[in-house]
Design a protein around this ligand. Structure first.
Ligand code: URA
Length: 426
């Protein structure tokens, strides 16, 4: 088999066989297929798409490209959750302790942020001492002990996705349904959970810009899960506005701490209650979503979820006391962006808020770029809220004057107010 023939086959819109897909993934992981050929193939897939059979085979080949976790040794039913990526999306940090406090263990591997979207592992790294890498046996024994562990993708788990995702990020081939579906589902299959809850985002801050495309992506992933014997549930959620008020790693951890103590913003809590309830249903711990939501609310009201979060942080070497007393590393300069007139704050472009946070230092331009964990953006006002002239709409947190200056220019373009608030979200 020759890679060039398979690129041409896909370029011409023909389906690839199982053997051909395996050849491509194995060859790429081994280094026999170079990046330039893989890029051409990814672009052919981007334009020509893949059938469900091809996408399922791609998922399986990627899941089989490295190590797999075996959670069955722990007993019980494990549920995993995955978001297709957004701005201010700190749901995993809330859902882990909430769901674990309701009796369903969470053993999760998460990713780092890339481009305008944030990543759970970067957020956790902003807690002093927190270890995002654990040996497999440490990971499993922590789940056994407290019902919750979150680590970064281990060295050899789905190496095909690690390589291909980095390549897609710099070749304009991220927003492809078969490529996203196989990337997400290969990681979930390799991580061993029996139940999978997918948060499929749509809107300007998401990779899928329309609800129709998000639905297609959700359908594809659910069908793949079914074909591979994993119960898979997808929830569509709106990412046209950032989730919550904090965007940036330390800032988001502080928002999580508030939310776990009952002071979370409504949009963030609504998404968490919905996703968490489905996780409890998939974990066979409740009969329906209504019961699940009740249990999750109770976990917040009683302080059980907050206690679980602190135990989780300590168990992974993090300074739980620093989180509880809000002593995280926050960037030294804090600049408000003020309203020039009174009115209702107009919707932000979530993608541009993500770019703004990245510009301040909160995200990576490439996988290797350093990250400044204390930087980011606070949405003092969200879309639809009233602001008086001279009051802040956004606050920018930075530690580099040049980046802050660039950020101020971007931020000023992003904010506007109107006297008419009738069509706006509240
Ligand atoms: N999240 C993933 O894990 N993979 C993608 O391709 C996009 C979002």
């Amino acid at each position: 088999m020759r890679m060039v023939d398979l690129i041409e086959k896909k370029r011409d819109g023909e389906p690839l066989t199982k053997q051909e897909i395996r050849f491509i993934i194995n060859g790429y992981v081994k280094g026999d297929i170079p990046d330039y050929q893989m890029s051409a193939w990814a672009m052919a897939v981007f334009f020509r798409g893949m059938s469900l059979e091809e996408t399922a085979e791609l998922t399986l080949s990627m899941a089989n490209s490295g190590d797999k976790l075996d959670l069955s040794t722990l007993g019980g039913r494990f549920v995993d959750k995955h978001s297709t990526g957004g701005v201010g999306d700190k749901t995993t940090l809330l859902l882990g302790p909430m769901v674990a406090a309701c009796g369903v263990p969470v053993a999760k591997m998460s990713g780092r942020g890339l481009g305008h979207t944030g990543g759970t592992i970067d957020k956790l790294s902003s807690i002093p001492g927190f270890r995002v890498e654990l040996e497999q046996d440490q990971f499993l024994s922590q789940v056994k002990k407290i019902g919750l562990a979150v680590i970064s993708q281990t060295g050899n788990l789905v190496p095909a996705d690690k390589k291909l995702y980095a390549l897609r990020d710099v070749t304009g081939t991220v927003s492809s349904i078969p490529l996203i579906a196989s990337s997400v589902m290969s990681k979930k299959i390799a991580a061993g959970a029996q139940g999978i809850v997918l948060d499929v985002k749509y809107g300007s801050g998401a990779f899928m810009k329309t609800v129709e495309d998000a639905r297609k992506l959700a359908r594809t992933m659910v069908d793949i899960g079914k074909a591979l014997g994993r119960q898979t549930i997808a929830v569509l959620s709106n990412m046209s506005q950032p989730l919550g008020r904090a965007v940036g790693n330390s800032l988001e951890v502080l928002e999580v701490a508030d939310a776990l103590q009952g002071k979370g913003p409504k949009d963030l809590m609504d998404v968490c209650f919905e996703l968490g309830a489905w996780m409890l249903v998939a974990g066979d711990s409740v009969a329906n979503v209504g019961e699940g939501k009740k249990c999750l609310r109770h976990s917040i009201e009683t302080g059980a979820a907050w206690k679980k979060f602190l135990a989780f942080v300590s168990e992974q070497g993090g300074d739980a006391e620093a989180v509880a007393s809000r002593r995280l590393n926050i960037a030294p300069w804090n600049l408000p962006i003020l309203a020039s007139e009174s009115g209702y704050v107009q919707p932000f472009d979530a993608h541009k808020i993500g770019i703004l946070a990245m510009t301040l230092g909160a995200g990576r331009v490439t996988k290797e770029s350093p990250i400044d964990l204390g930087t980011g953006v606070m949405l003092v006002k969200k879309a639809g809220e009233w602001v008086e002239a001279g009051e802040p709409i956004l606050e920018l947190y930075g530690s580099d004057k040049e980046k802050l200056a660039e950020g101020i220019l971007l931020a000023k373009e992003l904010v506007s107010v109107s006297s008419d608030g009738s069509e706006l979200p509240s």
